[in-house]
Design a binder for this molecule. Structure first.
Ligand SMILES: Nc1ncnc2c1ncn2[C@@H]1O[C@H](COP(=O)(O)OP(=O)(O)OP(=O)(O)O)[C@@H](O)[C@H]1O
Length: 243
């Protein structure tokens, strides 16, 4: 079943077509990877889908309901939330307090919010930092906190903006495993923007390639990354050519 449907989205900034007639569908329980060179429109597309920006034209449907142009909190309430590339937790609060705020913002009752937050914190493997101040946390823990804050509203669709950026390879593997478990065990549908191709290849059921605001191509990761247009526009060289 199609859970997220994006039709002909477009957004210009002072004449620059940042997102130009982008359409795609995401099946419930699947993982869509979004790739493309810097400036391709990936973050703008996320902002349009998640309600941070209003599209000039086009429509977004979540679970069959139109959510185009709705405010982010309404879209979160409808079951879709996103993480930010530039994380903005409340640095003066502890990890538990940060996630509790997100749980409350997601509409949970005050009485059970801390308990629900603690569960999410355990889910993302942040238990050892639970009562630590957010200020001074290592990047890997901050990335997990960003995930926890997004998961606090129990989304059906999670949009992840470069959740692996800034992590060393040894830190990436457990985050990728966590994302896989979110899909298989919690049934969360994932759309993730990522530059790290090994992650895109491993996690994605299908890949959407953006270039200059438009969809260059989409399909299975193997096929997409062999497409000469993708290699030319983004990859620079054939990733399969190397041993
Ligand atoms: N608020 C804005 N005002 C003006 N131009 C913008 C704005 N936001 C994005 N742009 C422009 O729109 C285009 C698409 O930017 P966007 O950040 O969506 O690309 P991206 O694919 O996410 O890039 P990256 O991989 O570097 O994050 C770029 O040319 C960018 O400079």
């Amino acid at each position: 079943m199609t859970l997220l449907r994006v039709e002909n989205l477009a957004k210009s900034f002072k004449g620059l077509r940042a997102v130009d007639d982008v359409s795609f569908e995401v099946t419930e329980g699947s993982i869509l990877g979004v790739i493309g060179p810097n400036g391709a429109g990936k973050t703008t597309m996320f902002n349009l889908v998640a309600g941070a920006l209003r599209p000039d034209t086009g429509r977004v449907h979540l679970g069959g309901k139109e959510i185009t142009g709705h405010a982010p909190h309404r879209i979160t309430a409808a079951g879709m939330t996103r993480t930010f590339q530039l994380m903005r937790p409340f640095y003066s609060m502890t990890v538990l307090e940060n996630v509790t705020v997100a749980v409350l913002a997601g509409g949970a009752a005050k009485r059970t919010a801390r308990e629900a937050a603690a569960e999410v914190i355990a889910r993302v493997g942040l238990d050892r930092w639970r009562d630590s101040p957010t200020e001074g946390l290592p990047t890997a823990a901050l990335k997990r906190l960003e995930l926890a804050r997004a998961l606090a509203s129990k989304p059906r669709v999670l949009l992840l903006d470069e959740v692996l950026a800034g992590l060393v390879p040894a830190e990436r593997a457990p985050v990728m495993e966590l994302l896989e478990r979110l899909r298989t065990e919690d049934g969360v549908t994932l759309v993730f923007v990522e530059h790290i191709m090994a992650a895109v290849m491993r996690l994605s059921d299908s890949v959407l390639v953006l270039d200059l605001g438009r969809v260059l191509t989409s399909g299975a990761p193997e096929a997409v990354t062999r497409d000469p247009r993708v290699i030319e526009a983004y990859l620079g060289e054939d990733p399969h050519a190397q041993a």
